[in-house]
Design a protein around this ligand. Sequence first.
Ligand SMILES: [Zn+2]
Length: 182
Amino acid sequence: MRRIHILTLARLDRATQKVTIELHHQGLWDARLRNVPIILVPAGIAYGWQWYGGSGEICIPRVSLLKLHDFFTGNYMSLADVLRHEFGHAVADTHRGLFRSRHFTTAFDRSHESNDRSEYAPATHISRYAATNPSEDFAENFMHYIRCRGNLPSKHATPAIRRKWQFINALCRAIECGRTRW
Ligand SMILES: [Zn+2]
């Protein structure tokens, strides 16, 4: 059994470096994303959060109550996955023009800013949490996309999820080309 670690700055730095390289490979590591600070904070309920629409930084707590809870049920998120998910929010926050578009709405069925929860359906949602609202749906798909280097695993290869990954793929190409609008 793995020990519960209190997150250290060294571990956060290592995970950030790893995810940064993955983002770089996808063409996403532009000046806007480079400017998003990643901050280690003492404690929090969630695994991490990003101050969307505000100061913009990603905060990762040394001790997360949700992670402690999940640890005892045996399925907690890796630190790299937490960072991939939060970077998804940061990409949306720093590239608003590419998200306030029909491209997003077509892929995710509603606008990025909508707070509407969906009924969870495995054929539509890559995870249970993705049903929370469109911005979480995007961040969850983004996390898997970055981890899988854009190769959609066959168990998730449904028409609805494929549409979302096609959006993320087009988004990566647009950001790589320095576009701020479609
Ligand atoms: Zn989120």
